[in-house]
Design a protein. Sequence first.
Length: 201
Amino acid sequence: MFGLDVLFHLFFPLALAELLCQDLGVPEVFILCFSGLLPDLDVFPALVSNPGFHRGPTHSPTFVLLTSFCFTVSLVLLGFRDFKRIFLLSFFGVCSHIVFDGITTRGIPVFWPLNREKYSLPLFLAVDPYILMFSLAYLVARVLFWLRGFKMWAINLFFVVFFLCYLLVRVFGYSKALSLANKRGLSQVFPTPNPLRWLPA
């Protein structure tokens, strides 16, 4: 039901932001984590009444801008003062979510509300086993680091580098498989749990 993996949507923007900004406090961490999960709030109406609602308007670029702005205004009204910083953090969290969902097989409605058709660059399955396992490992490592008072930069760097390397493997595999498929008169390939194996459409 969820794209890529809930934990990944939660942790990747946090890990990258902590690498780029060393002064993130608890409020900023909350903003990043919450905004990273915001697009998947549509899973609740999808579970109750409309299964097709998930990956709809909340996974569009329009939603990124509207939600980031509304979320920021809400926090400012609650007493947070730095509008620019809050907006950038919330924008980064929501944007990273839909970008990563856009490179899975299910796609996102890029041009909503003008067009509800979903587009994707199918590099990953909606739930990738390697990303899931590594996200769980990152969670455990983060808890252990926090309990022992260690700095988080090392595991954050490892987490980000792992994903970027894995992404490159997927991109290379996709381009090679698509080239072979085109030679056979096929126009698309789809990923499997094995990053080195692709299925022709």
